[in-house]
Design a binder for this molecule. Structure first.
Ligand code: ATR
Length: 303
């Protein structure tokens, strides 16, 4: 049994199931993929539900997503999760894409139904549930600043905010030009939301952040040791809820600064957990995988 499989293993069940007690029926595809936390989380839920299936890691090179889907479907896979950098290619490779995933501009969950390959996005709703779990506040009730909004996570979270009808959305990015298409899209989704797009050196950055309830880091700043907090301390106040989509390290420089000010904080473990549980329920309706998944992710601190 391998830790990471490739498209070359998707030729027959004998090949990808060699040495395994259970057949591979689910996967996460990405590039790289070796460090994905999804397999242990989903495997625990499969085992607890008594489903005879194995969830594997598949390293798929850019450009191979369509072929990977065709092979998985032919081998009887139920579905897969999709992570960086394939969330857009995966959307293009589906026969049908759920309207919310279309609005979010990416898919992270695939279901190989008999009649069609269907794409969904559980990152956005997973984030909304994470905020409710961590802060006991509906996302819809919050004014939200999404900091480092140029990547996939930022797009999903900003869009989910607008799908939820939040009153104010502030999107901040180093490359401010990347925010144009996002802002144009979310304005159409939620005309009543006040939307502000800023660069980090905009003089009104602190004022706009201070006018929000929730600050979310969706950038990769904080992953590496020695990274600074993504925003200056003037952007935070103790009433803020502060969420970091990063979960390793558990306490990023942003969360450490927010903790010092007395803010309520949480890291990305809750989003990982909730997007995973929602994906599992798309494959296996009527199941309740979240408690088992939470235990399986117990080694990851919640910040
Ligand atoms: P993904 O792969 O998830 O789509 P990404 O393209 O790596 O994500 O981008 C992640 C985000 O981190 C982007 O908003 C990026 O800013 P740019 O759009 O300006 O590139 C942000 N980011 C990465 N490094 C950064 C840094 N040193 N300072 C500020 N923002 C940074």
């Amino acid at each position: 049994m391998k830790q990471v499989y490739t498209i070359g293993d998707l030729v027959s069940r004998e090949v990808h199931d060699a040495g395994a007690a259970k057949g591979a029926r689910l996967a996460v595809i990405g590039h790289p993929i070796a460090h994905s936390a999804s397999p242990p989380m989903h495997q625990a839920a499969l085992d607890a539900a008594g489903i005879d299936a194995r969830y594997i890691r598949l390293d798929i090179e850019p450009g191979q997503v369509g072929e990977a889907f065709a092979r998985m479907r032919a081998l009887g896979f139920i579905g897969c999760n999709v992570t960086v950098p394939h969330k857009l290619d995966a959307m293009a490779a589906c026969d049908e894409v759920h309207p919310d995933a279309q609005a979010l501009g990416a898919v992270n969950t695939i279901r190989f139904d008999e009649d069609a390959t269907r794409g969904f996005n559980t990152d956005g709703p997973g984030f909304a549930r994470a905020i409710e779990d961590d802060f006991h506040a509906p996302l819809a009730s919050l004014k939200v600043a999404v900091v480092g909004a140029g990547g996939g996570a930022g797009q999903a979270i900003a869009t989910q905010g607008c799908l939820s009808g939040i009153a104010k959305l502030v999107v901040v990015n180093r490359t401010v030009a990347k925010l144009g298409p996002l802002v144009a899209r979310v304005r159409l989704l939620s005309p009543q939301t006040e939307i502000v797009a800023l660069s980090f050196d905009d003089p009104s950055l602190a004022d706009h952040c201070l006018s929000c309830d929730l600050i979310v880091n969706t950038s990769s700043v904080g992953l590496k040791s020695g990274d600074p907090p993504i925003v200056p301390v003037a952007c935070l106040k103790k009433e803020h809820l502060v969420y970091d989509t990063i979960y390793q390290p558990a306490v990023t420089p942003l969360l450490a600064m927010a903790n010092t000010l007395g803010c309520r904080t949480a890291n990305g473990v809750s989003m990982l957990l909730n997007q995973g549980a929602l994906a599992f329920q798309l494959w296996f309706p009527g199941t309740t995988p979240l408690p088992t998944m939470r235990v399986a992710l117990g080694h990851l601190s919640r910040g």
